[in-house]
Design a protein around this ligand. Structure first.
Ligand SMILES: [Zn+2]
Length: 94
């Protein structure tokens, strides 16, 4: 039996079994390699940003068109934050 090169093998972070480093999912436990934030994580961060900034804007200014502007800015900021926070490869277990 030929052992595969150590550089071509990685350890599944979910079940600690050796898997090919190019594998998109683990054959042992079914965990999947996932790039970037999941839909739900982006949505939560965007929503949190929107709520936060609209709350801040109503403290600084009366509710007006600015509240909508702040809310939209918060939405974008939250979305970008989620991409920062959850960017890169992750392994998600089943
Ligand atoms: Zn695994």
């Amino acid at each position: 039996m030929m052992e595969p090169l150590s550089t071509a093998v990685t350890i599944c972070p979910v079940c600690r079994q050796k898997i090919r480093s190019t594998a998109e999912h683990c054959p042992n436990c079914g965990a999947e390699r996932h790039f970037g934030p999941r839909m739900i994580e982006s949505a939560i961060c965007a929503f949190a940003g929107m709520v936060l900034l609209s709350a801040v804007s109503t403290m600084l200014l009366p509710i007006s068109l600015w509240t909508i502007v702040f809310a939209a800015a918060g939405l974008c900021a939250g979305f970008l934050f989620s991409h920062n926070r959850f960017g890169g490869d992750r392994w998600l277990g089943r």
